[in-house]
Design a protein around this ligand. Structure first.
Ligand SMILES: [Zn+2]
Length: 145
C-alpha cells in the first residue's frame, strides 16, 4: 500500500485480527507518517440518527468528539487513535447499520475506563443533561466507584 500523504511505500508496523476485520497500522518509509487500513468485505457503515436520518460513519467526527472530551487531560493522541480503532471495529462487527445512540454508548464505555473527567465531559454533551441535579448525580456515581 502506498502512503496516503506522499504516495511512497509503507511498511506495516502493527496488525490486529478481529472477528471479520484485519486492521493494519502502517508507517511511510519516506515521510514516516502513520495511518491505519482496514480489510473487510464491503464496509459501509451507516449511522442512523435519532431523527432517523442516515449518514455515513465518519471516523474523523468520532476522533474530534474524543479529542474534545479528552482536552487538557493527560491522554496521548496515540491512545485516542487506538480507542477510535477499537470503537470502529466494534461498530463494524455489529453490522452495516448502527444507531448514533449505540456509538455514544460504546464511546461512554471506553471513556469510563480511560478517564473519568473525559467521561463526564462526553456524557454531559451526549446525554444532554437537562438539569444540574442529573449531572451531579452522575458525578456522584462516579465518585462512589
Ligand atoms: Zn509518506
Amino acid at each position: 500500500m502506498k502512503c496516503i500523504y506522499c504516495a511512497n511505500d509503507t511498511k506495516v508496523i502493527d496488525k490486529r485480527d478481529a472477528e471479520n476485520i484485519i486492521r493494519r497500522r502502517r508507517e511511510c518509509l519516506s515521510c514516516s507518517k502513520r495511518f491505519t487500513t482496514y480489510e473487510k468485505a464491503h464496509v459501509t457503515l451507516t449511522v442512523v440518527k435519532k431523527n432517523n436520518e442516515q449518514e455515513k460513519f465518519d471516523r474523523q467526527k468520532l476522533i474530534t468528539g474524543l479529542q474534545k472530551a479528552c482536552e487538557k487531560r493527560p491522554i496521548p493522541e496515540e491512545v485516542i487513535e487506538s480507542i477510535a480503532d477499537e470503537i470502529e471495529i466494534e461498530l463494524m462487527s455489529i453490522g452495516e447499520e448502527v444507531t448514533s445512540k449505540k456509538i455514544g454508548d460504546i464511546v461512554m464505555q471506553k471513556l469510563e475506563k480511560l478517564d473519568k473527567i473525559a467521561y463526564v465531559r462526553f456524557a454531559s454533551v451526549y446525554k444532554n443533561f437537562d438539569s444540574i441535579s442529573q449531572f451531579e448525580k452522575t458525578v456522584k456515581t462516579l465518585k462512589s466507584n
